[in-house]
Design a protein around this ligand. Structure first.
Ligand code: ADP
Ligand code: NA
Length: 313
C-alpha cells in the first residue's frame, strides 16, 4: 500500500542504473521504407543512447547520486558513450569494456512526420551477465538504494538483478521497455513498474485496453505500484485498489518525443531519492519529460535542476 511504499522511500538516497548503453545512429528519411523497399537517407547523425545511459544521465542532471552498471565495447563508440555518461555526472566505475563485443548500436529511422522505426544491435550489452552483476551489485546496493532497470540487457540478468536488489531491501523501479511478458514471481520484487500504454498491454493479461484493469492485474501479481506514462496526457498512478490517479502533463509544443520515457524514469528516480512523495515525484517526472519533448534531441533536451526550477518554479 501507499504508506509502506512511502515509508521505504524515505530511506532512499542513491541510484544504481543497471542497463544498456547504445550509440544511436539516427537516419532521417522523407518517409519510412515499407517492406521490401529501399529509401535514401537525407542525413545520418550519431548520438548517445540506450535506455540505461539515458535514464542514468537524466537522473544525475536532476540531482540524483547515480552509478551505472553496464557494458560497452573497446571502440570509439564505447569511448564516446563513457565520456558522455561521465560528463553527465554519473559514476561509471561499474561499466565494463569488452574486447570481444562492439558497443551496442540503435539504428533509428525518423521520417518528416516524426514517425520512427528502431532496430537495436545489442553488442556489448550482452556482456551484462549475472556473474558480471554479482560483485558490482554487492558493492553498490543496500537498503538505501533505488535500483532502476529496463529490458535492454539479457533477461536472466534482469531477473537476477531484481532478485538481488530485493534481497538487499533496495527499492526497485522497472521500466519494462522493450516490453516482453515477465514471469509472475518477478512482480513481487518490483516496487514501481513504469510502462507506457503499449508496454502495459503487452505485460498485462487483463482483457481490453482499460488502464486501471491492466494495471490492477499487475499489482495483483505483487508489484506495489504501476506508474503508466500516457504521452501528452501525462501519467497515471495505480496502487492496490485505488483506481487511476491522473497526473496531467503541462501542454507543450512537442517537437521530438525520442527518449521522453527515459527522461521520465530518470527524473522519477531522482525525485524519489531526494525525498519527494510518490505523487510529487510523478509530477516532477511528467514535467521533466514534457520539457524534454519540447526541443530536439534525446539527452541534450533533458532538463537540469535549474531549468526545472525556472520553468516550473
Ligand atoms: P514513451 O516515450 O516511453 O512512449 P510516453 O509517450 O508515455 O512514453 O511519454 C513519457 C512522458 O513524456 C509523458 O509522461 C509526458 O510527461 C511526456 N510527454 C510525451 N509526449 C508528450 C507531449 N506530446 N506533450 C507533453 N508531454 C509529453
Ligand atoms: Na527531445
Amino acid at each position: 500500500n501507499l504508506n509502506s511504499l512511502q515509508e521505504s522511500l524515505l530511506r532512499m538516497k542513491n541510484i544504481v542504473v543497471v542497463g544498456s548503453l547504445n550509440q544511436d545512429i539516427s537516419i532521417s528519411v522523407r518517409r519510412l521504407p515499407v517492406e521490401g523497399e529501399t529509401v535514401l537517407a537525407r542525413a545520418v547523425r550519431k548520438g548517445i543512447g540506450g535506455k540505461g545511459a539515458n535514464q542514468a544521465i537524466a537522473a544525475s542532471r536532476l540531482g540524483g547520486e547515480v552509478s551505472m552498471i553496464g557494458f560497452v565495447g573497446n571502440d570509439s563508440a564505447g569511448n564516446e558513450m563513457l565520456e558522455a555518461v561521465k560528463g553527465g555526472g554519473v559514476d561509471c566505475s561499474g561499466i565494463g569494456i569488452s574486447d570481444r563485443e562492439r558497443t551496442g548500436k540503435a539504428y533509428i529511422t525518423v521520417d518528416d512526420a516524426g514517425r520512427n522505426t528502431i532496430v537495436v544491435d545489442s553488442g556489448a550489452n550482452s556482456c551484462v551477465t549475472p556473474e558480471f552483476l554479482e560483485t558490482l551489485l554487492h558493492d553498490r546496493i543496500d537498503a538505501n538504494t533505488i535500483v532502476l532497470m529496463q529490458m535492454e540487457i539479457p533477461r536472466e540478468s534482469l531477473l537476477y538483478g531484481i532478485e538481488y536488489a530485493k534481497k538487499r531491501n533496495a527499492f526497485v523501479i522497472l521500466n519494462p521497455a522493450p516490453a516482453a511478458k515477465l514471469p509472475r514471481e518477478v512482480y513481487s520484487g518490483i516496487d514501481i513498474l513504469t510502462p507506457n500504454e503499449t508496454e502495459l498491454a503487452i505485460l498485462s493479461s487483463a482483457a481490453g485496453k482499460d488502464i486501471a484493469a491492466m494495471s490492477t492485474d499487475l499489482v495483483k501479481n505483487g508489484t506495489a505500484c504501476v506508474v503508466v506514462t500516457l504521452g501528452a496526457e501525462g501519467a497515471g498512478i495505480i496502487l492496490n485498489g485505488t483506481g487511476v490517479r491522473r497526473v496531467q502533463a503541462p501542454s507543450v509544443n512537442a517537437v521530438d518525443t525520442t527518449g521522453a520515457g527515459d527522461c521520465f524514469n530518470g527524473a522519477l528516480a531522482a525525485a524519489l531519492a531526494q525525498g519527494y512523495r510518490l505523487d510529487d515525484a510523478v509530477l516532477f517526472a511528467v514535467r521533466a519529460a514534457s520539457f524534454s519533448v519540447s526541443s530536439f534531441g534525446t539527452i541534450t533536451s533533458y532538463p537540469d535542476e535549474s531549468q526545472m526550477e525556472m520553468t516550473f518554479g
